[in-house]
Design a protein around this ligand. Structure first.
Ligand code: OKP
Ligand code: ZN
Length: 344
């Protein structure tokens, strides 16, 4: 198996996350990558490769150009405006105000392009986000060329990033960018299976009205879990995309058996809808020890997850999303990949 990573992901080194009303050290930290890499090397899961630079063109195939320009310039504009700390949105075009006008002040633009406030923009954030989507593109390119599974150690994650919004630690939608690239390379329908604890609202939004990307997500019930405002079971797609969006909101504390039953249902849908590629948004924050999540996977259960994914029998690229129990993140990722290699 080929594994893609980049030291450039370290360029995102935020100091602050607004969490429970306090500015804390971010859960989504550079050490996550170091610890996964260490375990991947120790377990000799596959060859490590650095991606090439694919530029902005594949990003602009799914994201708004104004949004991309905002991300590229935000930190510099923030500093130029004389702000002291990291760039944190604190005003939005909320329901009672105008959203048809983009004000010029960086504080206003920050809120316009943000969907949540926990994610600070810092020096190097844009460069790390660029490296992260390059990792995703390289993984998909390898799987397309060889048919073999690949793993992209993306960081920052991507699944909360929408057409023109960042948040939930995400800036570019790595899985969405990679899926679009696979379609351009001749795939007819790509399944994106999102197993992260949190709903992949960004990925859902990008492909909601399309039938060439099937989006399926298993996640904490948005009634009580971030991102709250999307991820319900009645969101089934729109227009020709009707039936190509499937959500499995599951209550906090859901057993692995119940989760696996939903996964079987998801895999049956993937088989029935004639997808010719599988991209997995691999969040290992479904782990029982995750500090911000509430599912119950043990480290051993991740092997079973990998085996089930292999049973789909499709060319598969796995892309890292969340996972914040840093002591166990490496083992949990390795176990998924070992499960994939063992097959179903
Ligand atoms: C990113 B990914 C916790 C609130 C949740 C944001 C979570 C972002 C998760 N107090 N804050 O899906 O792992
Ligand atoms: Zn998550």
């Amino acid at each position: 198996m080929h594994i893609f990573y980049s030291d450039k992901t370290r360029l995102r080194q935020a100091r602050t996350e607004l969490h429970d009303g306090v500015l804390v050290a971010p859960f989504e930290c550079p050490e996550r990558v170091d610890l996964v890499l260490k375990q991947l090397q120790q377990a000799a899961v596959g060859e490590l490769h650095e991606p090439r630079a694919y530029g902005l063109e594949p990003v602009l195939a799914v994201h708004d150009a104004g949004y991309v320009n905002f991300l590229a310039d935000c930190w510099h504009e923030w500093v130029a405006a004389g702000h002291e700390g990291e760039a944190i949105p604190n005003i939005w075009p909320a329901r009672t105000m105008r959203s048809d006008h983009l004000p010029q002040a960086i504080s206003a633009r920050l809120g316009y392009y943000a969907l949540a406030a926990e994610t600070s923009i810092t020096e190097g954030t844009f460069e790390a986000a660029m490296a992260s989507k390059d990792i995703a593109l390289a993984a998909v390119e390898h799987t397309l060329a060889t048919g073999e599974p690949s793993f992209g150690l993306c960081r920052p994650p991507g699944h909360h990033a929408a057409f023109d919004q960042f948040g939930g630690y995400c800036f570019f939608n790595n899985a969405g960018i990679a899926a679009q690239q696979a379609l351009r390379q001749g795939k007819r329908r790509v399944a994106i299976l999102d197993v992260d604890f949190h709903h992949g609202n960004g990925t859902q939004q990008l492909f909601y009205a399309r039938d060439d990307v099937l989006f399926i997500s298993l996640h904490g019930d948005p009634e009580v879990t971030f991102p709250y405002y999307l991820g319900y079971a009645d969101e089934t797609g729109q227009g020709k995309g009707e039936g190509f969006n499937v959500n499995y909101p599951l209550p906090p504390g859901t057993s692995v058996a119940t989760w696996m039953a939903a996964l079987d249902d998801a895999l049956a849908t993937i088989a029935r809808t004639q997808c010719d590629m599988l991209i997995v948004s691999l969040g290992v924050d479904i782990f029982e020890g995750d500090p911000i999540s509430a599912f119950t996977f043990t480290s051993d259960d991740f092997v079973l997850l990998g085996q089930r994914l292999a049973e789909a029998g499709l060319p598969t690229a796995l892309l890292m999303e969340g996972g914040y129990a840093v002591d166990d993140i490496g083992v949990n990722v390795v176990n998924v990949l070992q499960g994939i290699k063992q097959g179903g």
